[in-house]
Write a protein that binds this ligand. Structure first.
Ligand SMILES: Cc1cc2nc3c(=O)[nH]c(=O)nc-3n(C[C@H](O)[C@H](O)[C@H](O)COP(=O)(O)OP(=O)(O)OC[C@H]3O[C@@H](n4cnc5c(N)ncnc54)[C@H](O)[C@@H]3O)c2cc1C
Length: 403
């Protein structure tokens, strides 16, 4: 339900899928989000239903058991899921990035090995760049892999803030393989690190892959964020994304490519949470009375609603543009950065305005806006902060308009 007239440029398939996911959010996510949020518990029954709906394989090609849909349709689905609860989209997000990496850079063996089981949600993927001492400055990572005498790789180091860190079976992890490489990014490689889902201290073939207790967070609950500790973890050379011959030293470039689609994905989450805040504000302002009339009749409140609706629509349009460019095979780095920056800030703005419209009740856990208020700030940080987006946008602008 867009605030304004829905755009008519959706295909019949997109319209049908969006309606289905919208209904799923209304019936399964929204009524249960408060419980899982307050318990900080993984929403297993919701995830099981998402598997049945095929939502873990939206962009995976049909030949590997997925739906084979494009990024634009995926962004629409993410918006609907996030309108329900952004933690739900977080469970799909890193999985989507992992499948993108496999589809674009994986060997045929890697695709055959993982994509069919990823499409059904039987195995889920995480994506790991950040470390305790660096997030924005990805090239400063310290986690390293060295080749052993028998041709395997041994990984040592600590990763930070890994969404789905515990329950995933696969982690697409960026590590340093050549400490002397110049420029630094050429010495980085992406490994597909396997582990047992849900196990804190892996043994046997996954020995040395440990997952400390989940990080306690302000919001974005239900989906776990963890550190990952690699302590002599051995993985075969063919777990390098794209294979050893093609993939060694390519990890940084591969991960940056994936972040571009990841940014569209975070933008869609911003649209979803902003849309929900607008819906809650429209409802509450037409129920609550002050000074003898519904607060929606006060012009100051109408101005807030107007600004929110405008931000939601602008964020949605920017997000769809970035996704469509990518789907068309055109350059979309600048547009994805703009969409991520604008939509995540729109999410924060709309949630805060909705909170203000709720007056004191916005501060009560009885009202949904309280959860949104804790969830929205994540979008300003994940997959590149607003400051980093501005750097990306500025750099790309200058590249495109060089004198
Ligand atoms: C809940 C949650 C889930 C996450 N999930 C994942 C995940 O699944 N995988 C993953 O790899 N990471 C994940 N992250 C990590 C996230 O991507 C990083 O937190 C983010 O990139 C910022 O890095 P940092 O926290 O190290 O901040 P820093 O890089 O230390 O930045 C701190 C501040 O300095 C600013 N800053 C940094 N450099 C510059 C500069 N050059 N110019 C101007 N300002 C600058 C930043 O914008 C920020 O305001 C997650 C984070 C959170 C909170």
């Amino acid at each position: 339900m867009a605030a304004t007239s829905p755009t008519s440029d959706l295909t019949d398939e997109q319209r049908a899928i969006c309606e289905m996911v919208h209904q799923f959010a209304d019936e399964q996510i929204l009524p249960n989000a408060e419980h899982y949020d307050h318990e900080d518990a993984f929403p297993e029954p919701i995830v099981e239903q998402m598997k049945e709906l095929g939502l873990f394989g939206v962009t995976i090609p049909e030949e590997y058991g997925g739906m084979g849909l494009d990024l634009t349709t995926y962004a629409m689905i993410v918006e609907e899921l996030s309108r329900g609860w952004i933690s739900i989209s977080g469970i799909v997000n890193t999985h989507f990035i992992g499948s993108y990496l496999l589809m674009k850079f994986g060997t045929e063996e890697q695709k055959q090995k993982y994509l069919p089981r990823m499409a059904t949600g039987e195995i889920r993927a995480a994506f790991s760049l950040s470390e305790p001492e660096c997030g924005s400055d990805v090239q400063a990572i310290k986690t390293a892999a060295r080749r052993t005498d028998d041709g395997d790789y041994e990984i040592n180091g600590t990763k930070m803030w890994v969404t789905n860190g515990l329950l995933s079976s696969l982690v697409f992890v960026l590590v340093r393989t050549d400490p002397n490489a110049e420029p630094r990014f050429r010495g980085m490689t992406c490994f597909i690190a396997e582990k047992e889902p849900g196990v804190a201290e892996n043994t046997g073939r996954y020995q040395g892959f440990n997952v400390p207790p989940k990080i306690k967070k302000l919001g974005y609950k239900g989906v776990e964020s963890t550190e990952l500790v690699f302590d002599g973890y051995r993985t075969p050379a063919d777990s390098i994304l794209g294979g050893e011959a093609e993939g060694l030293g390519q990890g940084f470039v591969q991960m940056m490519d994936a972040l571009e689609v990841g940014r569209v994905n975070v933008a869609a989450r911003g649209v979803g949470i902003a849309q929900r805040a607008l819906e809650l504000a429209l409802k509450y302002s037409q129920e609550r009375k002050a000074f003898g009339k519904h607060i929606a009749q006060h012009q100051a409140i109408q101005f807030k609603l107007a600004d929110m609706a405008t931000q939601v629509d602008a964020a949605r349009l920017l997000t769809h543009r970035a996704a469509r460019l990518k789907d068309a095979g055109e350059r979309s780095d600048l547009e994805a950065g703009m969409a991520k920056l604008f939509a995540s800030e729109a999410g924060r703005f709309c949630v805060e305005e909705c909170f203000r419209i709720h007056g004191g009740y916005g501060y009560s856990k009885e009202y949904e806006i309280e959860r949104l208020y804790r969830d929205a700030p994540l979008l300003l940080i994940g997959e590149g902060t607003s400051e980093i987006q501005r750097m990306v946008i500025g750099r790309k602008l200058l590249e495109r308009h060089k004198l």
